[in-house]
Design a protein around this ligand. Structure first.
Ligand code: GLU
Length: 547
């Protein structure tokens, strides 16, 4: 058969370049020998989840700890899955977590020399290589209709044969020249398939950058490489792209391991040296006693929006993911509590081979700790960012008073004290801790543990003596003085020596005051809270607390 003529009939495009040209257009990158070129290659569905972030972090760290490049490629070969604004949303989501691309789709960079970075815009490149494969006898047209393919699949299933288009089932593999041209003349739609040279009798030993030595079975499927709309399939497009974008390391979920034989064969017939592959294991969680994969349907925490809405401190999420990525990160982080995680030497070969266990409680702990390290001003900026996007109208107006919030935060965070407090876990929860500092969100519960008389005496007596200029010890001395008036011990030691002799002690007096002023039995230092609220507000709350 005249394959050149066939290739021209199937790919009649006038404007495609000879394939050698592409080696010149997209030359090897100038890079240090160990510098990795990695990519995130999402389809533009707009949904980007924790697993993607986990993988993207491994990509970004692999590139940036080696002086390499991390780029964004959009795999939009399947038009049906496209969602408007999805690319921007991927970029924005990752940026929130401090993960930035050096080059790629919608990235404004002088490095963008390997584009276009949208696969649909690269059709010409793919078609040039499909044409070349046809000319060399590695690809052929297939005219089978959906119905025919379904019938084949049913027969294979009934025979318990492997399903797919291969071997004796690959009807169009051996079509004669006349038949092909007849179908073409009749306008029968066709796809182009790889003419697989593989056999499932053969095994390929392969070294995965995470999983180590892996043995896979050779591909024997004549997979579709070009669809009837002239656009390639993901498999074909990604092989061309990873080669011409000069990717050195492909990090992707282990669900792609089963496609690896196809990918290796594609690289082989195209004459490319494949990149190194690293297949990450899925993130798992404990569900009761059992460990299972995080699921889109069951686990809201799989969606990245969850973290933004809940107001997790982004660096905390990243640091927590780092502990899952490299088991020695945690030790490093303990030794370098204030160290930037970017100075940790990330290594892809230290990633866990089995599914990492994602534990929200641990993340919460990391988040609390990271937030506790901020200055009051930094914490304000962080909370304010959340408030502007997710807060109520009241929250927004509260946050207009930056100075006041910073003063409150300094107290809540224990800044200047012996030890930082870790009360703020996430913005959503942290912002609520500020509610009682504003009259329009102060909603006391008055959960006093003492009788009306005791409560009223304590409050009235304190109203009489309260002076906002009192320092902590003067303030506390006044609280102590009230204790005997309600039959409470003013010294803890006295109370402990003989608890039954007293109705309570000095800290119970303070609790009554605290409930009146903050609405809660626990709070940071009450004397400071009252100073921040000011005399008028403090006294009116003490009065409102009378029963
Ligand atoms: N486009 C594929 C996806 O949506 C990317 C797979 C790969 O990284 O090779 O996950």
């Amino acid at each position: 058969m005249d394959l050149k003529k066939l290739a021209s009939a199937l790919i009649p495009d006038a404007d495609i370049l000879p394939i050698d040209e592409y080696e010149k257009i997209y030359p090897e990158r100038e890079r240090a020998p160990k510098a990795e070129v990695t990519r995130l290659a999402p389809s533009p569905t707009g949904f980007i989840h924790l697993g993607n972030l986990y993988s993207a972090l491994a990509d970004e760290r692999s590139a940036h700890t080696t002086g390499g490049i991390f780029y964004l490629r959009i795999e939009d070969t399947d038009e049906k899955r496209k969602v408007d604004g999805a690319v921007e949303s991927v970029i924005r989501s990752l940026k929130y977590f401090g993960i930035n691309f050096d080059e790629g789709a919608e990235i404004d960079s002088p490095l963008n020399k390997y584009g276009p970075y949208y696969q649909r815009q690269r059709a010409k490149i793919y078609r040039a290589f499909v044409k070349d494969l046809i000319e060399r006898g590695y690809a052929y047209p297939c005219f089978c209709s959906e119905d025919e393919l379904n019938a084949v699949r049913e027969e294979q299933s009934a025979n318990k044969d492997t399903t797919g288009y291969y071997g004796k089932w690959a009807k169009c593999r051996n079509l004669g020249e006349d038949e092909i041209y007849k179908k073409l003349a009749a306008g029968v739609p066709y796809v182009i398939r790889l003419k697989s040279q593989g056999s499932i009798e053969n095994k390929i030993a392969f070294r995965d950058a995470i999983k180590g030595e892996v043995t896979v079975t050779e591909n024997e499927q004549d997979v579709v490489i070009l669809k009837s709309d002239g656009i390639p399939t993901y498999h074909f497009a990604h092989a061309i792209d990873d080669h011409f974008m000069r990717t050195t390391l492909v990090i992707r979920g282990e669900e792609w391991l089963s496609s690896l034989p196809v990918h290796l064969e594609l690289h082989k017939v195209l004459g490319f040296k494949p990149p190194r592959y690293a297949h990450t294991s899925s993130l798992m969680k404990m569900d009761g006693e059992t460990k299972r994969k995080l699921s889109k349907r069951k686990d809201p925490e799989l969606s990245l929006d969850y973290y933004r809405k809940a107001g997790y401190y982004p660096v905390a999420v990243v640091k927590y993911l780092m502990t899952l990525l490299n088991s020695d990160f945690e030790e490093w982080a303990l030794k370098n509590p204030d160290g930037d995680y970017r100075t940790f030497k990330f290594r892809i070969d230290k990633m866990s081979r089995s599914g990492a266990l994602f534990d929200l409680d641990k993340l919460n702990d990391v988040s609390k700790t990271e937030i506790s390290k901020l200055s009051a001003e930094e914490c304000y900026e962080f909370l304010n960012g959340w408030v502007r996007e997710f807060g109520t109208e009241k929250d927004k107006s509260h946050f207009d008073d930056r100075e006041y919030i910073i003063e409150v935060l300094a107290l809540i965070m224990g800044i200047g004290g012996k030890k930082r407090r870790k009360d703020i876990e996430r913005a959503e929860q942290g912002v609520r801790l500020l509610d009682y500092f504003f009259d329009d969100t102060f909603s006391p519960e008055y959960c006093y543990r003492f009788d009306k008389n005791t409560v009223n005496t304590v409050l009235n007596e304190f109203i009489k003596v309260y002076e906002p200029s009192d320092d902590n010890s003067a303030w506390f001395a006044k609280v102590k003085k009230i204790a005997p008036l309600v039959g409470f011990a003013s010294e803890m030691s006295e109370y402990k020596a003989n608890p039954s002799a007293y109705g309570g002690n000095v800290s119970d007096v303070a609790e009554i005051l605290r409930i009146a002023v903050t609405g809660m039995p626990n709070s940071p230092d009450l004397c400071t809270i009252m100073r921040i609220l000011g005399k008028e507000r403090s006294v009116s709350r003490l009065k409102a607390g009378l029963r």
